[in-house]
Structure formats: C-alpha cells, structure tokens
Design a protein around this ligand. Structure first.
Ligand code: SF4
Length: 753
C-alpha cells in the first residue's frame, strides 16, 4: 500500500473528480431493478412483479434498541408495507407504533436529495457530488493545514449500521488524521458503558430478553418501559411467574401505574436509596456469600461503606416513607430471581455511573447475576447504540480496544493491514470536551453525521453559539431541514434506514440484519457510499481496499472481534444472520462449527467468570454528590425531561414526518405541574405557562397532574426548545449529560410572551 507525499494529511489530499463521478454513476444504478435482478441478495427466492405472500424481506426496526424483527412487504421489489415478524425471537409478532410506521419518514417531502453548499449570500444551494467532495476536502484540509490534524473532529450516531459506524471512525482517524470523534450515544449510553467496564471488565450487558419472562422480581429504575420500550414491557406482561414489578422513579409514569410497587423518590436521590437498600439486605442476611467469595472483589469495603446509609438517612434524603422502603427491602429479599433494569433516569445523571454501579453491586451481593431472570441490566436507547459502543472507533479503539495500548494498536494495524502510525495513540475527547475545544478554538471544524445536535445537545443556546466558532461544518443527514443541517456549510444527502444494508446490535447483544428495500431519493447516497467518496477524494482509499461493501466490513468486524468478549467471528456472514433470526454475541468460531447454531437467547456470566484479569466482578461505590444546579428561591422547581409517548422518537426528525405518529403524540408540548405548585402559581390545565431557567424562558401549555411530584415539573425532550432550559452538567466518569435535573421557575404567561 503506497501513500503519496510525506505522509502528512496535507500531502495525502488530492482531488480525483473522475473517480468520484464513476463511484456516483455506479451507485446511481437503479436499486429496485437490482432487487429484481439479484433477488438472492435480499433473501428472496424470487421477486414477483406484484405483491405476493412470499414477497417479503426481513429486517430489524430502525428506531429503538429493542431491535424488533419486521417483515417488509415488497411490490415490484420495493417495500410498500410493514408487519411485525412473528418468528423473530425479540418481538414475536409485536411492534410499537414507530415500527409500524418505519417506512413513512422515507417518503417525507423534505428529504435531502442533493448536496447543498453555503453560498456567498448565506443560502444553501444545490451542487453536484464531485463539487461537494471538493468543498469537503478543501474545508477539512484548510482547517487541518491551519490548525493541525486534530482541529477537525466528527460526531456520529447510534442510528447507522455498524459497518457504517466502523467506516466513519476508521476513515476519520486512520484516513483523515482526525484524533477526536464521538457519537450521540454519549447522550444516552456512556454511563452504562463506563459502569460495565469498571465493574465487569468489559462493556457487557449480561442479559437476554428472556430474563423479562423468567424473573419473579423486576426492578425498573428511571425507566418508563411502557412507552420507551413497549415491546420489552410486553415481554414482562408475558411473564408466567406473577412477578412483582418495582418502579423507582420520581414520576408516576405509565410504567409506575402498571407496576406492583412504585418508589417515588426525590429526583437524584437514587444513590442514597440503593446504598440504604444494600445495607438493609446485608443486615437481613441476603448476601450470597458463596458467590461473593468466589466471583467478586471489594465486598468488605462496600459493606463498611453502606453501613452509614441507615433507614433514617434514606427516608430523609429520598422522601419515601418507611412502609415503601420496608416493602422494597422485603420484596427483593424474598425474590428468587431478581433482575435490575435501568435506562435514562439513571444514565442521564450527574452521578449516573455510580448509580448504575450501585445496581450492579445489589445484583452481585444477592447473587442475582448469570442465572435466568436476573442481572444488572442496562436497556439501550438507539437501534445501534450497542454497535457504536464496540465498533465506532471513537473513545474505544475497534472491538472494545484501547487507543492508548500499544498492543491493541498493533493488533488493529495488523488485522486491517494499515500502518500502525495511522492509529492515534490518545483517546478521543468526549462530546462535551469536543464542544469545549470548539469554544477554546482548538477544534475548528466538525463533521456531524446523522444526529441533530442543535436540538438534542444539553443547553442548546450554548451549542448554537459554538457553531459561530467553527470554520467549517459538514452535516450528513437524511433531511436538510434539521436544526443542525440548517447551520451547515455543506450538507451531504444520506439514505435512511431501509435504503441500505448492514447490521445493528440490540440491547441484548443481538446482531441483526437490516436490508435495503428502497432506493434513496434523488442523489442521496448510503452513508457507506459517502465514506467511499470521501476516502477517494482525500486520497486515502488505498487504506480501505478491503472496505468495498457493507458485508466486507462485517467480515473485518468479525476479524477484529476474534478472541474478544464481543467475539462474532463465528457469524459466517449476512446469510447466517438472516437464517438465524439474529445472534447474540459472543459467537466464537467454535460455536458454529459444522453448521451448529448457538442457543437463541443466552446470558453472560453463567460460569461466574467476569472480564477483569482475575475473572472477578468489582464492587464500586462512592459518596453521593450534590447536583450541579440545586433549586433555590428564584428557581424553586426541578425540571425533569423524558420521552413523551411511544409514537415519538428523540428530536422527531423522523417520527414527526408520519401523520399517523403525529396523531398518536400530544398535539403540543405540555408542562406537567403538580396541583400544589400550580395553585401556588395561579395556573390551571390548559393555561399558557412560562417556564424559565437561568438560560432561557419558553411558553407551553400547562397540564396540572399528580404524575409529577411536588417541586418538580416535566417537559418532553421532543420539543425543540426543551434543551434551551437544561443545565450543562455531566457525569464526571462517563461525560454523559445530566438532562434530568435543572432548576426552573414557572408563572402564567403574559400577553407579550
Ligand atoms: Fe421499533 Fe423499538 Fe418499536 Fe420495536 S419497540 S417496533 S424496535 S421502535
């Protein structure tokens, strides 16, 4: 492999318009005809010219991490309808509203269909792909020449197939010389990643969805499963053991309403509750002493530490009453198969890592791990957050490796056949640190791929101000209409889910196949193709000779994973995934010898062996910390944020395009207010209410309800204005934003509001 010039990024850039044009022309072949010509590539025996019962492609849903299997019904080789796959082991014939409507966003009027470039008059004007690549290379090269290779960074996503995530991370770092890149998974899953790595030795959610049906006690913490992961709630509803369901959440959510116990603790008092619970369980003799002695370290110190969390302290700091605490302790003590589950209420916290680890500590001390119906289980958010965690090459080197480890870098260089000096020897800055570097002028250019930072990032006004500090902003997205795309210097139009091939990894570690069943509109390209164009334009495509198709990259991922905890080397290719209904990692080669197939639902740690060198899990704990922005006289209420309904997804870039989903979601934002707080402020349901933090003020409709506790208000995250109010504080270990705690005040809106 030869690299032109002196090896610096500057000398490697070159324009290659002819090759670009060829790549674009190749892509513009009619994909729907390709479906007809090569039906085997889509898992079909034959594609008839009209819809027929067997004209079906199987794929995995492109919204949430549940990873439901969907049947895509084809007419003339193009998907025209959807139904849930009754044979897929995840959802068994069920789908939530988003799954049923997964095709609608593809038909939206505001799809990006051509590259757009910012012109002298400030508008975004259409351009060609070769011109877009010229702007891209000049923009990136300009920043890197002036400020160094590390002055350009990327922000990715948990919404793209793993093959594309791996390509983006490898291209940016090994090809374009970037050092820093992160993903929007920082906003939802970073806390779980750090917790598992520290406690288990690898980012390894241990469970299978079967555990929802095998538990006799389920503890859901900061998780409104009914609307955030409806199919997983359905799995609980199928549990034949008449389980006790405990919901720990300040709000009386839909899930809390349906639970057998609701523990309505004060916002951000979780750590005190769980340390107090651990103390009570230890005193009750609930320690699985054989398991703790054989498979863990640090229990004695943990037991000493939690001794300070007596019941009086727990009740005073969490606000729950003595009977609720006693019932919580009793239920867990009496459970034979107790599982602990958490989502964003834990992850998006100023001390989320320690809260997650307090749940891991509870599972370890009671021996509730590695057995059916147990576990300390993080439920992921985005459809491919788990793929991002292992292969996005952002803060982890490919395959869950470490950029700072010489051996890991040498391994990756050898396996990918690239010079080792191409691999940065430092870890990437996290999302918040990248933005801080933008503020300080150390990062001057950003490539944002498939995420809408200008809506979703915490303290949104600050993000918008930071944009002014960038010399060059590229946004690659399905829509040119997102808040972030509208700020860009260059917009690259991308294909969406359903318009490209690849794999996702769901919350239970299941690798599932996604399928191309539509042609992207206009000149929009699969992100994979865009990365090939960029590699070609930048003159580093010889590094990526083995990255020609998504399945090529899947093969590389298999190679990179061999011998790692996330080993998928035994998945022999896309066909095996299609035939198996997805496979949970690990799948080493030994698991699929002579056509053998591993069991459909498997959990980790059944042998009590964890991923630390000594094979033991660690008890990790720390004194609780105060929130960054406590309430006071001027801002006396806590703002909680979260999902509004099962029909809404994050910034609604896609779900907002479906008329059906819009009908199922609230017509406008509502601020939930407790009746006592509403009465004190003179506010009734339906009134226009102004809600203000130290950062901004906005007006919404009031909904007076006891769903929220006294002293708190709730606003859904889907409103593009919600993050004008949130406070930019972060967990110190995971750098995950603390979306669920900011100090605000309310008053009736005035005529001028
Ligand atoms: Fe799709 Fe998630 Fe709904 Fe399943 S639960 S259909 S994966 S959005």
């Amino acid at each position: 492999m030869a690299i032109e010039g002196d090896g610096s990024m500057t000398s490697r850039w070159r324009k290659n318009a002819d090759a670009l044009a060829k790549l674009v022309r190749n892509h513009e072949g009619p994909l729907t005809q390709e479906l007809v010509r090569k039906p085997g590539r889509f898992g079909l025996g034959q594609v008839p010219s009209r819809l027929a019962p067997d004209a079906v492609a199987r794929s995995v849903c492109g919204f949430c991490s549940t990873g439901c299997g969907l049947k895509l019904h084809l007419r003339d080789g193009v998907a025209c309808n959807v139904s849930p796959d009754p044979d897929y082991p995840v959802n068994r014939g069920m789908a939530c509203p988003k799954g049923w409507e997964v095709l609608s966003p593809l038909d939206a009027d505001d799809r990006a269909t051509q590259p757009l470039v910012r012109t002298d008059d400030g508008s975004l004007a259409p351009t060609t792909w070769p011109e877009a690549m010229r702007h891209f290379t000049e923009g990136v090269r300009g920043v890197q020449q002036a400020h160094g290779d590390a002055a350009f960074a990327f922000l990715g996503t948990g919404q793209m197939p793993t093959e594309e995530l791996a390509f983006l991370g490898a291209l940016s770092k090994f090809g374009l010389g970037m050092v820093h890149g992160d993903g929007n998974t920082r906003q939802c899953m970073a806390t779980a990643v750090v917790s598992y790595k520290e406690s288990f030795g690898f980012d390894a959610p241990p469970y299978s969805y079967q555990d929802f049906e095998d538990s006799d006690v389920l503890v859901l913490v900061g998780s409104n499963l009914c609307i955030a992961h409806p199919i997983l709630w359905e799995r609980i509803c199928r549990n034949p053991h008449d389980p006790r369901i405990i919901v720990v959440d300040p709000r009386r959510t839909e899930t809390a309403e349906a639970a057998t116990q609701h523990v309505p603790l004060r916002p951000k008092s979780d750590l005190v509750l769980f340390y107090g619970l651990a103390k009570a369980l230890i005193e009750r003799g609930c320690v699985d002493e054989a398991f703790v002695a054989a498979h863990t370290t640090g229990f004695e110190a943990f037991a000493d530490f939690v001794a300070a969390f007596d019941e009086d302290r727990v009740l005073a700091e969490t606000g729950i009453d003595a009977s609720a605490f006693a019932r919580l302790v009793d239920t867990i003590a009496e459970g034979e198969r107790v599982s602990f589950w958490w989502t964003m209420g834990v992850n998006q916290s100023h001390e989320g890592v320690r809260v997650a680890q307090s749940l891991i500590d509870l599972a370890l001390l009671t021996g509730n791990i590695g057995r059916p119906g147990t576990g300390a289980n993080s439920i992921t958010g985005q459809c491919n957050a788990m793929g991002s965690r292992l292969f996005s090459n952002t803060t982890n080197l490919l395959g869950g490796r470490d950029f700072t480890c010489e051996t890991d870098r040498a391994d990756v260089a050898r396996l990918l056949d690239i010079p080792v000096e191409r691999i940065p020897s430092e870890r990437s800055l996290a999302y918040d640190e990248i933005l801080e570097a933008v503020r300080e002028g150390r990062i001057r250019g950003l490539w944002i791929v498939a995420t809408n930072s200008a809506h979703s990032w915490i303290d949104q006004n600050d993000f918008r101000e930071l944009r002014e500090k960038l010399d060059f902003l590229v946004v690659q997205d399905m829509y040119a209409s997102t808040e972030t795309a509208e700020m860009a210097d260059l917009v690259l139009p991308a294909a969406g889910w359903g318009e490209k091939d690849g794999t996702f990894i769901n919350s239970e570690r299941r690798v599932g196949r996604i399928r191309k069943v539509r042609r992207a509109p206009g000149e929009a390209l699969a992100d994979f193709q865009i990365f090939r164009l960029v590699a070609n334009a930048a003159g580093c495509d010889d590094l990526f000779e083995r990255w020609k198709t998504p399945e090529d990259v899947f093969d590389l991922m298999r190679t990179l994973s061999r011998g790692r905890p996330c080993d998928i080397s035994g998945i022999e290719g896309y066909r095996m995934l299609e035939e198996s209904g997805g496979m949970q990692w690990p799948v080493p080669e030994s698991a699929t010898v002579d056509g053998a197939m591993p069991e459909q639902e498997r959990r980790l740690f059944a042998d009590g062996r964890f991923f630390h060198e000594d094979g033991r899990a660690r008890f990790i704990f720390e004194a609780p910390r105060a929130v960054a922005e406590p309430t006071d006289e001027a801002f006396p209420l806590v703002l909680l944020t979260g999902r509004g309904s099962s029909a809404q997804w994050h910034t609604e870039t896609r779900t907002g395009k479906s008329p059906t989903l819009r009908k199922l979601a609230p017509a406008e934002s509502q601020l939930e207010i407790h009746p006592d707080d509403a009465s004190r402020a003179g506010i009734a349901t339906g009134d226009r209410v102004a809600v203000a933090s130290r950062r901004d003020r906005l007006v919404v409709r009031a909904r007076v309800t006891t769903v929220v506790p006294r002293g708190s208000v709730f606003l859904a995250m889907h409103d593009a204005r919600t993050n004008r109010l949130t406070h930019a504080s972060f967990d110190p270990y995971s750098h995950q934003p603390s979306y669920k705690h900011a100090a605000v005040c309310i008053e009736p809106a005035t005529a001028v509001d």
